[in-house]
Every structure is written in structure tokens, then in C-alpha cells.
Ligand binder design. Structure first.
Ligand code: MEV
Length: 314
């Protein structure tokens, strides 16, 4: 048992980090190509306090998240030579089922909360690096794009492991998000692509490179708010993801129905196999597109993008 000393201004601190949506470039980003991710206004909250107990305590509605919180605490204590025990309590605006990135948000928010609680000054870059290390330890794979979104917020041009983390603009994008009703198994799909990559290297390299060209064009178009072009690039990206073998009939249907109803473009968002699709839509067409997605059995998730990164909550 270690005495509780007043280490910082806080005895208890609450912080939050945003969820994310991949706009373009999933899977290709795992192979060193860029992607574009945007942070969403659904947040994950972490409260941290020092406790007079032998063991740390995690109170979380989602078992999966408790591993991320526990590993983050262990890494933080090891890095900053902290002996006290802490209690971490999490809750969120979204379920871990929809694929908005609850694990990465919990990880980032836990590091931020602990740094404030123990009066350790750590930069966003350090929070990203520590969180990415936790992510790799638990999952063994991943580009870290979700961690960048949770840390920095906004819409980011991102390269694996944070080789590039570049904010693109602060505009709200006119998005419609549809949940397919199926929880995607991200590690399964990342491995599936890796296996196909081994078997058909040159074909896969061609597809991943083609995705990266779309990302570069979308980066330019986003900067000038040319959403029509970004939409077209997203649909092209979806078709390439289909060629990678990660889409499903349901996601394809949601995407085609959205574009038929007048969306500028649409695609699955994330690893594939389920989770969400995302459409870029003019205000005049929004309701039509939402209805069309609902008619395919999709559930509209009300989110807006370009949310703030990890922050203190009152
Ligand atoms: C999963 O949401 C996105 C992937 O690119 C994996 C990753 O970047 O970590 C498939």
C-alpha cells in the first residue's frame, strides 16, 4: 500500500476521447499507404482516481475495454514509476458493437486521465505512441489510425504508426452513417487480407496502390471542400474493397442504395464484414439517402464528424 499524496490538482479526473470513422484507405494503411480518418462526436469517457487499495480497479460495461484500460495503467505506471493504485471507470456515447473505436478511445483517454491525475506532462504525440504500443500488444496488428483520431480529433491524413498525422480541415462533412447490424471482426479481416496478399502479391499490391491514389486525390479535394469528387472517390474505394474481398452483400446493398438515392458517393467504413457504411450527401438528399439505407435494413447512426480530440470533462 502506498500513501496517497497530493501529486496534482486532481484527486479524481474525467476525460473523454472521440470515436472515429474511416473515410478512405482502410486496409491499404496497414501496408504503409495513407488513409483519411475523421473523429466523430460520439465519445468515450474515462474517470480516474487514486485509491487506497492493493490492486487497480476497472469498472467498465465492456469486458473488451477493461483489457485496454488495464494495459494502459500498467504501461503508464511502468513509464512514470507510479506506485499508487487507481480506479478507472468508463462509459460511452456509443456501443462497442458499431465499430466506432471504443478500445482505442478508452486507451487514449486512460493515458490522458492518468497523466493529469499524477501531474505528469505528456504530449499528444507521447499519448499516441503509448496508446499505439498498448494496441499492438493486445491486438498484434493495426495501423493506429483509430488512436490518432482519439488523440488529435478532426479529420486526419494518416500513415501507419503515426509516420504522418496531418489535419486536413475543420469542416463538418455532410455524412450519413448506416450501421449494418453486424459487428465486424477486424483482426479476422486484417488477417484475411494478409493471407490473400501472400497468395496473390502483385494483384493485391495493385489494389492497395489504387486505393492510395484515391486517398491522395481525396486529400486534395477535401481541402477545397469538393465533396462531389470526394464522394466519387469513396465509391471507387468501396469497389476496390470489394475486390479485396472484405465487403458483404448487406454493405454492398447499403452503398448502392445510398448512391442510387442521390448520395455523392458511399463506401463501407472499417475492416469490412459488418460495422458501418458512410455516404457523402448534399443536405437536399440527406433524408432520401437515410430512408434508402433504412429500407435495406440498415440503422442510421446520428453522428457528426471532425470532433475534438482527447479532452478534460467537467
Ligand atoms: C479497421 O477499421 C481498419 C484497418 O485498416 C485496420 C487498421 O488500420 O488498423 C482494416
Amino acid at each position: 500500500m502506498w500513501p496517497i499524496t497530493t501529486i496534482s490538482n486532481y484527486m479524481k479526473i474525467k476525460v473523454s476521447a472521440p470515436g472515429k470513422l474511416m473515410l478512405l484507405g482502410e486496409h491499404a494503411v496497414v501496408y504503409g499507404y495513407p488513409c483519411i480518418v475523421t473523429a466523430v462526436d460520439k465519445r468515450l469517457y474515462v474517470q480516474a482516481e487514486i485509491i487506497n487499495e492493493e490492486e487497480d480497479e476497472i469498472i467498465t460495461p465492456q469486458v473488451k475495454e477493461s483489457r485496454f484500460a488495464l494495459e494502459s495503467i500498467a504501461k503508464f505506471k511502468e513509464n512514470y514509476k507510479i506506485k499508487n493504485s487507481v480506479r478507472i471507470t468508463t462509459n460511452g456515447d456509443f456501443s462497442h458493437n458499431v465499430g466506432l473505436g471504443s478500445s482505442s478511445a478508452v486507451t487514449v483517454a486512460t493515458f490522458k486521465a492518468l497523466s493529469l491525475l499524477f501531474g505528469v506532462s505528456i504530449s499528444d504525440r507521447k499519448i499516441f505512441d503509448l496508446s499505439y504500443a498498448v494496441n499492438l500488444k493486445i491486438q498484434g496488428l493495426g495501423s493506429g489510425f483509430d488512436i490518432a483520431a482519439a488523440t488529435y480529433g478532426q479529420t486526419l491524413y494518416f500513415i501507419r504508426a503515426g509516420k504522418a498525422i496531418e489535419p486536413l480541415n475543420n469542416e463538418l462533412l455532410p455524412i450519413v452513417v448506416g450501421y449494418s447490424g453486424i459487428k465486424a471482426d477486424t483482426p479476422y479481416y486484417v488477417r484475411k487480407v494478409a493471407e490473400t496478399f501472400k497468395a496473390k502479391k502483385s494483384e493485391m499490391e495493385r489494389i492497395l496502390k489504387a486505393i492510395s491514389y484515391l486517398v491522395e486525390q481525396a486529400k486534395t479535394s477535401l481541402k477545397v471542400k469538393d465533396f462531389k469528387t470526394v464522394g466519387r472517390l469513396m465509391t471507387e474505394n468501396h469497389n476496390l474493397l470489394k475486390n479485396l474481398g472484405v465487403s458483404t452483400d448487406k454493405l454492398d446493398k447499403m452503398v448502392t442504395t445510398a448512391t442510387s438515392a442521390g448520395a455523392w458517393g458511399a463506401k463501407l467504413s472499417g475492416a469490412g464484414g459488418g460495422d458501418c457504411m458512410i455516404a457523402l450527401v448534399s443536405e437536399g438528399r440527406r433524408r432520401l439517402v437515410e430512408k434508402a439505407i433504412e429500407n435495406t435494413g440498415g440503422e442510421i447512426i446520428n453522428v457528426s464528424n471532425n470532433a475534438e480530440g482527447v479532452r478534460i470533462e467537467k
